[in-house]
Design a protein around this ligand. Structure first.
Ligand SMILES: Cc1cc2nc3c(=O)[nH]c(=O)nc-3n(C[C@H](O)[C@H](O)[C@H](O)COP(=O)(O)OP(=O)(O)OC[C@H]3O[C@@H](n4cnc5c(N)ncnc54)[C@H](O)[C@@H]3O)c2cc1C
Length: 577
């Protein structure tokens, strides 16, 4: 076996272990790739149960009142979130929103939690990233994989914010390649402790956290291999060394992003989270939650941009007209409204998949993260453009929002890595080798899959629903054809993967929009409202989304890939002066 094959074999083995633990119900995204519309997971549009909605409304009112006092510009200027803000976040319950009530949390679902994060995302990206680092990922492994004893010991102070959490995966050699963690954890002779050595970088809350979930390599008994295991580490353990408490950075400046080393740090075996050697699965499951709240924060920020853009377009005059009277400004406002509507719908449905117990939602959370972070970048850019020169100055929030938003496409899995992941994992069924994928696709091609039914209740949405069904059918056909045309090399063909993932993301997004729209129309009907709710943004989104799907699929056969790859090859080799 040559080095490349060995590497591929290793990656496949890791993917098997991570993704395909056993038989699972067909999720929505996997269904899409097979030409099915698995409606149970996405329709009817999920709603928070009435009892929790009442509690959520109370929590949102408290949170809004608290956020009204928050000064995001000052947080950015001082590059610090003051302790009194952290205490306040603890008081209003967002630092332990999804933790069980028995440990002092609020016991909220992911859907409810996303509503809280959307609200914070509207106001201050530093604060939302801080809350995500602590709650969405910092204490997530403890919430998901901790034993009762571990939760009892650690959670009560963490859910109030008296203590802070962090999630430490990234290292010099383990960025996008998360499985390449080098930090070592060697068991002591009596097996009671592990000795940890290595360095972590780019860790949010690294130097202010009281408990860190740290990924390190442990030996696999009976072999010379190692596997990743998750440990709870506290900074008072001798050998815990902060190398840089607050790395100076461009955006989300209020967050403390740091670097630390563990030098012969002795960690009791009771601090292991989840099964030994299954830390990569732990880490990626944790990141699924982070990606969901990422979607919520981006939705909040997009709504703020839309509001700011509308205010400006309605008041600023040039050529004796308000900016909003120009079609090229209208185009931006309409697109922002359409995207914000879709981002919210997609976040809600993805969160509900977690709440409703779908076992494997990795593709959906990856799609949500890529889609919402890319859309937010466009939305901020559009709002910035509408403000013209004034956006460039620090007295308005847009320059800060632009700086803050740039990390979203990189953190918690860069969008390139996740795009490739969506295409490759979507194309394969549980535990399939490439030959099986190929054979299955060949069979499916022969089986003439029907256009799937998209069951909306509202008459006026039937045409969109039929169009979505046809797009899914075309998508499935195009995926099968690509697999047959390219065969195994498709595993390395990222330009093809990008189009497949891009189409899948738009199909998921338009499904979420249609589901939300259907629910809103039905709700208005039940209420006896005379005028139907404004559906213009949703309609526009669906039209544009279907057009993008067609564009992605036609790009599979009509493209400049050869020329593009040749140009990149030539330039990578010669490095112009
Ligand atoms: C402000 C901030 C806060 C962070 N907080 C945390 C935290 O709390 N905990 C934590 O563990 N980590 C954290 N990170 C780390 C973050 O998750 C990583 O930066 C991210 O995973 C990317 O890793 P990298 O920076 O090493 O980039 P690299 O892995 O070097 O990748 C650089 C670029 O290369 C491209 N690329 C890489 N691989 C591929 C591929 N397979 N295919 C195509 N393109 C590819 C992508 O465009 C990518 O953006 C944080 C980072 C920042 C900047």
């Amino acid at each position: 076996m040559n080095k490349l094959d060995a590497q591929r074999q290793k990656e496949i083995q890791q993917a098997e272990e991570l993704l395909f633990a056993g038989p699972q119900a067909l999720g929505f995204a996997k269904g899409l790739f097979q030409g099915h519309f698995v409606s149970d997971w996405v329709m009817p549009y999920p709603r928070i149960p009435a009892a929790q909605q009442t509690e959520l409304n109370k929590a949102l009112a408290e949170l809004r009142q608290f956020l009204d006092e928050l000064d995001p510009a000052e947080i950015d200027r001082q590059a610090d979130i003051p302790r009194k803000v952290i205490d306040g976040l603890g008081r209003v319950g967002v630092l332990g929103a999804t933790a069980p009530v028995e440990y002092g949390g609020r016991g909220f679902t992911q859907m409810a939690n996303c509503k809280l994060l959307e609200e914070i995302g509207r106001r201050c990206a530093s604060t939302s990233v801080f809350v995500n680092a602590h709650h969405s990922i910092g204490i997530r492994a403890l919430l998901l994989f901790g034993t009762h004893e571990q939760k009892q010991k650690w959670l009560p102070k963490l859910v109030t914010g008296e203590q802070l959490g962090a999630f430490a995966l990234t290292e010099q050699e383990a960025g996008s390649d998360a499985a390449n963690v080098q930090m070592q954890a060697r068991p002591t002779d009596d097996g009671a402790h592990f000795i940890l050595n290595g360095e972590k970088r780019y860790i949010t809350n690294a130097a202010i956290a009281h408990v860190l979930t740290v990924m390190a390599r442990t030996p696999v008994p009976g072999s010379d291999k190692t596997a990743i295991t998750a440990f709870l580490v506290t900074p008072d353990m001798p050998g815990f060394t902060v190398l840089d408490a607050r790395m100076q950075k461009m955006g989300i400046r209020g967050t403390a992003t740091g670097r630390f080393a563990l030098r012969d740090v002795k960690v009791p075996k009771e601090n292991i989270l989840g099964p030994m050697g299954k830390g990569l699965k732990v880490a990626l499951t944790v990141l699924d939650f982070g990606r969901t709240t990422f979607g919520a924060c981006c939705t909040g920020a997009a709504k703020t941009c839309l509001r700011l853009a509308i205010d400006h377009a309605n008041t600023r005059k040039q050529f004796n007209k308000t900016l909003g009277e120009f079609d090229l400004v209208k185009k931006k406002i309409a697109r922002m409204a359409a995207d914000a509507y879709a981002m919210e719908a997609m976040t809600t449905i993805t969160a509900s998949l977690i709440d409703r117990g779908l076992e494997d939602y990795m593709i959906e959370t990856a799609m949500l993260k890529v889609f919402t972070t890319e859309r937010l970048w466009e939305v901020i850019n559009d709002a910035f453009q509408i403000y013209g020169g004034s956006a460039y100055f620090v007295d308005l929030p847009l320059e800060r929002m632009l700086r803050d938003a740039r990390i979203n496409q990189i953190g918690e899995g860069s969008n390139e890595v996740l795009t490739s992941f969506v295409a490759l994992v979507g194309m394969r069924g549980p535990g399939m080798e490439f030959k099986e994928i190929y054979d299955t696709m060949m069979n499916r091609l022969g089986a003439a899959i029907r256009v799937p039914d998209v069951p909306v209740k509202s008459e006026q949405l039937r045409a969109h629903a039929r169009q979505l069904g046809r797009c899914i059918w075309r998508f499935n056909f195009a995926v099968n054809r690509a697999l047959i045309a390219y065969r195994e090399p498709i595993l390395d063909m990222q330009l093809v993967q990008e189009r497949i993932a891009g189409a899948a993301m738009d199909l998921f997004a338009s499904t979420c929009v249609l589901s939300r729209q259907d629910a809103e129309i039905q709700f208005a009907r039940r209420n006896g409202d005379s005028a139907p709710p404004d559906q213009s943004a949703a309609d526009l989104f669906l039209r544009q989304s279907f057009r993008r799907v067609r564009h992605f699929l036609s790009g599979l056969t009509d493209n400049d890939d050869k020329s593009l790859l040749a140009t990149a090859k030539s330039y990578l080799a010669k490095r112009p002066s």
